[in-house]
Design a protein around this ligand. Sequence first.
Ligand code: GUN
Ligand code: ZN
Length: 442
Amino acid sequence: PVPADAALRGHVITFRGNPFLMPSDAALVDEPDGLVIVQAGRITHVGPYGQTVAHLPPGLGVTDYRGCLISAGFVDTHVHYPQLPMIAAYGEQLLEWLERYTFPTERRFADAAYATAIARQFLSELLRGGTTTAAVYCTVHPQSVDAFFAESTRLGTRMVAGKVLMDRNAPDYLRDTAQQGHDESLALIERWHGKNRQHYAVTPRFAPTSTPAQLEAAGSLLARDDTLFMQTHLAENRAEVDWVAELFPESRSYLDVYDRAGLVRPRSVMGHAIHIDEHDMQRCHATGCALAHCPTSNLFLGSGTFRLFDALSPTRLVRTGLGTDVGAGTSLSHLQSMNEAYKIAQTAGHTLHPVQAFWLATAGGAQALHLDDVIGTVAPGMDADLCILDPKATPLQALRVQMCDSTADLMFTLMMLGDDRSIRATYVAGRLLHDRDMETGL
Ligand code: GUN
Ligand code: ZN
């Protein structure tokens, strides 16, 4: 796709700092009548309309989004595209849910045509929700990865993804071997990593489905290249944690299983991390590995409640983003992730400020993925991956907005009441790829 030029007028919100480390009004850039100018897919100017309009290139029309917020596109730090068709599967917790629903669904991705169809629908749904970058699990089948990256390349989205590695404790039809998983991953890395905004993540599913030999092989892939990502699941569910302790008796903790294999490092993203201790938090802080907080999933599967304010403690900050974790998560909309994150924080006696929530969904997610030099904020030099949020998407929201006396309260109504209907439009590298009120036909 050709990176585009664009000029968007509206209420710009973005970040100049981390609101877990400073007051929210110091962290937030709030430009009620702003203009964002994009040239060749990158943001060149952002500022008050009156002062910025002088920089408008001749012939470039301004799209008027007054009444809407202009934000960086959302960053989903943990999601499974093959699980889209099985979202909202009834009745089980993690380990039974995997056996009963997940594995049979993932089996279908041996079929490349099916994988392409679901990848296409998944990316379209992400954009409908305002998400422009995600860290995505494919399945054990290499063709599921080719299908995903091919679709992402077609759209020009910046995506992180990889082939799931699992060589034990899974059905025959979903198992690889340590050697096969290594070789297939290496071929995919060579085909996709660093090309056309695509990034490869070495993806051992979780410790129970990989032998120590497979975890070692994953570590040896990562050791070749600092720019590779790693993603896995960590300490999501009590029964899972107990199982890992039995399978790896020599390890101090679940995180330590990954650490011994060389998987705990910058650009590693651990999904969930609910049942971890202070020692593990310190280790994440020291290594630059990131945690993905997946609120809708954790509530849906009854997994437990992530200690968000502990992870983001200023004394030893751990890089943290938000993940939808669909299909265990119940929505691809990060507005819904923020909604449930607020409620989980409430149960621990913390108040998640809307500026903190939006930071997690954008700049914080970009920092978790070490991609904050290109995405996550609205600023000159950044990729023009943007979402346009309509605070009055429904009659009820229009009523509630009449009570708003601050930008923060407007953001709060969006995160508590909003969903894909709130996304007026989504831009990827300056191109309009989703328009709520128009069929763009990807
Ligand atoms: N742990 C191992 N695999 C999965 C998965 O697919 N989803 C979730 N939520 N947890 C997992
Ligand atoms: Zn997951």
